[in-house]
Design a protein around this ligand. Structure first.
Ligand code: ADP
Length: 769
């Protein structure tokens, strides 16, 4: 309802109420005063008449009485008149019917029911009533007059209501016109910005309001212009800052790369231990400086919106795996478990900026490594199809590190923020990494979030949207498969564990390669002397002859030959110093168990290309091999930390089960489990016997094998305990190792029961892309 309507209705309502009260009280007053007048008139007329007729009544002068009566009848509104003495009528005039009815003296108009006000007045003689005069007055004229008056009053009141409504309409229109002008001026300012003037100023309060509006609009316009020019200035300053930073970063990067190159060359020369330490520190600082500069450069590009994402087809799964792989040496050295699981429905072929996705992953996984001192880091990737062309990738990096407090979580993704801002902080960083990640995710229609609890760990999650691609890209496995077939590669695997034999055979089957299997080191040596293998995968712990001895024998046999077979250790060992031992025994490289198909492929490919390209390079150069290893690392790092076994209490790790299915097949897995159960039971019996007989060598060997085969099929808890026992034996604490018999029995029964149950539930192949 408009203000105008409200004004009209309000005023009309008040007017109607006031007028109604006035009309009712006026009518009441008029009827009371008329009644009073009538009664007064009746009484005075009767008294006068009685006085005039008194002598004629006493002398019974009927002729005079008749004259008096007739004369009285000429008075207005008199209906009848009668003189009575001792009940006899002396004279009368007026309506016969009225004279004949029984007369009743009326006191007020209220008692009149026949339209006649009856009045009886005595004629007194000597103070006593001698005769009576009855007079009747008609009340109809009074009533009629009252009715006419009522009509006139209501008419006047209605006219007044109409007039008031009209004038309030005019007033409302006048008042609201000023307000409407103000309202439309406000809308205009909102739509087109400040500056608009109403310029219509009356001399009343509304005029003042419009004047105030005009002032405000003019001032706002002025401020707005000031702000715009300040913004332009700030933008210019920001642009020059960005340009300055970009050119400075570039200028620093170029000589820095030179410095790092020289340090690299210096590292290769003959240096004393002290000098080597200094060069390493300088190299590390240089790399750190470069990474900070790169971050600043990226950030300035994002600030000035000049960072453009690439749009190329790439293998997303491979991209994640390669980043995760690159962290394995660090995980190993920090004794952390690094696990990467990519769900089956995550597509391989997508379109986007591979390097930028790697950058996000490197930063988030790198932070997790930096801020986790013990436990694990798990990378999980899943995907959700948005439509025909788009897929949303969901990536989670979970660590068991130091965590982040609630206050810091609020500004974590802001630029240049670090939770530990103190000068004594232990970790280096620019505080730009997460800010860059957030911007990159935003550029890919996604976002990054974090949940964290101090001393428990953090989970960073990012979602990005990528386009699906139909373009043909060569999957690494497909390419290598063809390479392997073309090369007609001959492979020998020395492995005593039947379950592991089955897994490796299945993996090679997927690559289209048939392999030979040696049951132990001795058999491996014999077979390698009989046949020319390109690659030998050698388990380390084997009965009769272990992998290192076998390798030494093979190398002795090869002495004088131009071609050496590539020997790669398959090991569940990864204690500090183990790598060096393998390399010293003549191995070319090693792979940590459980082995993944992608790692196997990479390793084979690396040695095949090496053979083709750099035949001149000495394969057994330990330094070179270490570098190769760092570039082609394994994904799952076995754990040897006493405090860690509580971290993963899962009896059957579903992630490992999924990986095994991916690397082999869902049909093979039940067979593998059967082999594993059968072997583990024999192994466990041997372990219990060794514990009872205090035989530390058998205990060490068997618990090592149990540890690796249990991990390969997801009995993580059992594997952890077996490893612990093995390491106690290795550390010379075999007495302590023997005390774990009870716990081992309990966990072994529960783990084997759990994997049997898991087998009963059945396995599905992951969805192919
Ligand atoms: P920086 O280059 O310093 O690592 P980031 O932006 O990547 O900068 O990280 C900002 C800060 O967030 C880090 O300095 C650290 O305090 C905190 N942080 C990041 N990731 C983690 C994590 N996984 N656990 C604990 N703190 C973390």
């Amino acid at each position: 309802m408009t203000l105008r309507t409200k004004t009209i209705l309000g005023i009309a309502f008040i007017e109607i109420v006031v007028l109604a009260v006035l009309v009712v009280s006026a009518m009441d007053f008029m009827s009371t005063s008329n009644e009073k007048q009538l009664i007064q008139r009746a009484n005075s007329s009767a008294t006068m008449f009685a006085h005039a007729a008194k002598d004629a009544v006493i002398s019974t002068d009927l002729a005079t009485l008749d004259d008096l009566v007739n004369e009285f009848m000429t008075l207005e509104d008199v209906a009848y008149v009668r003189i009575l003495r001792d009940g006899n009528e002396l004279a009368c005039a007026g309506d016969k019917a009225l004279l004949e009815r029984a007369m009743q003296n009326d006191e007020s108009l209220g008692s009149v029911d026949d339209g006649i006000f009856d009045s009886r007045t005595p004629i007194e003689v000597g103070g006593k009533p001698y005769a009576y005069v009855d007079i009747g007055f008609e009340t109809a004229p009074i009533k009629m007059m009252l009715q006419d008056a009522k009509k006139a009053i209501v008419g006047i009141a209605s006219l007044e209501v109409v007039l008031v409504a009209f004038f309030s309409f005019v007033l409302g229109t006048y008042l609201t016109r000023g307000l409407s002008r103000l309202t439309s001026a406000v809308h205009r300012v909102r739509e087109r910005g400040p500056g608009y003037q109403i310029q219509h100023h009356s001399k009343d309060e509304l005029g003042e309001a419009t004047r105030a509006f005009d002032d405000m609009s003019a001032k706002l316009e002025q401020n707005y212009q000031d702000l715009m020019s300040a913004r332009e200035g700030a933008e210019q300053a920001c642009n020059s800052k960005s340009r300055f930073l970009a050119s400075m970063s570039h200028e620093i990067r170029t000589p820095m790369n030179g410095v790092l190159g020289i340090l690299n060359i210096l590292e290769e020369t003959n240096l004393s231990k002290e000098q080597q330490k200094l060069v390493t520190t300088a190299t590390e600082s240089g790399h750190f400086l470069l990474s900070v500069i790169n971050d600043i450069l990226d950030f300035t590009r994002m600030e000035s919106n000049t960072l453009i994402l690439e749009h190329k087809t790439f293998d997303f799964r491979h991209c994640v795996e390669s980043v995760a792989d690159s962290f394995t040496p660090t995980a190993e050295s920090q004794n952390l478990i690094l696990h990467c699981y990519i769900e089956g429905d995550v597509p391989s072929k997508v379109c986007g900026d591979e390097n930028r996705i790697k950058q996000i992953l490197l930063n988030i996984i790198g932070n997790a490594m930096k801020f986790t001192h013990e436990g694990s880091i798990t990378v999980k990737v899943s995907a959700e199809r948005k439509d025909e062309n788009k897929v949303q990738i969901h990536c989670q990096v979970q660590d068991t590190g130091i965590g982040i407090n609630d206050q810091a979580l609020r500004y974590l993704f802001d630029e240049f923020t670090m939770v530990d801002q103190t000068y004594s902080r232990t970790k280096e960083g620019s505080g730009l990494g997460l800010a860059i990640c957030r911007r990159l995710c935003n550029l890919m229609d996604g976002e990054v979030t974090v949940e964290s609890q101090p001393d428990v760990g953090s989970t960073f999650t990012f979602d990005i949207t990528l386009e699906m691609s139909d373009e043909l890209i060569s999957s690494p496995i497909a390419v290598h498969r063809q390479d392997l077939i073309n090369h007609n590669v001959r492979v020998l695997v020395a492995e005593d564990n039947r379950a592991n034999q089955l897994v490796i055979r299945e993996m090679f089957k997927r690559l289209g390669v048939d392999i030979d299997i040696a049951e132990n080191g001795l058999e491996a040596v014999e077979m390698s002397t009989q046949y020319q293998y390109d690659i030998i995968f050698m388990d380390i712990s084997m009965p009769q002859m272990d992998g290192m001895q076998a390798c030494q024998k093979i190398r002795q046999f090869e002495q004088g030959q131009s071609n050496q077979t590539t020997i790669i250790a398959l090991t569940a060992h990864s204690l500090a110093g183990d790598k060096e031992k393998f390399l010293e025994s003549g191995m070319d490289d090693y792979l940590s168990k459980p082995i993944r198909l992608s790692q196997l492929v990479e390793k084979i490919n690396l040695f095949l290309t090496e053979e083709q390209n750099t035949a001149s390079v000495q394969k057994s150069d330990p330094l070179r091999l270490k570098e190769q290893h760092d570039a082609h690392i394994t994904k799952v790092t076995p754990q040897h930390n006493e405090n860690k076994e509580t971290l993963d209490l899962e009896l059957v790790d579903e992630i490992i089960i999924k990986q095994v299915i991916e690397d082999t097949s869902a049909e093979v897995l039940p067979i593998l489990i059967d082999h594993y159960i059968e072997e583990s039971e024999t192994r466990l019996t041997k372990i219990y016997q060794a514990m009872a007989a205090a035989d530390k060598d058998v205990l060490e060997f068997e618990s090592h094998t149990l540890g690796s085969s249990a991990l390969a099929l997801g009995n993580r808890t059992l594997s952890n305990l077996a490893r612990k026992i093995e390491h106690l034996c290795l550390d010379g604490q075999h007495e302590r190792a023997f005390t774990y018999k009870g716990e081992l029995e309990q966990i072994a029964v529960a783990s084997i029961e759990a994997i049997k149950e898991r087998k009963q539930q059945g396995f599905n192949e992951p969805t192919a892309n």
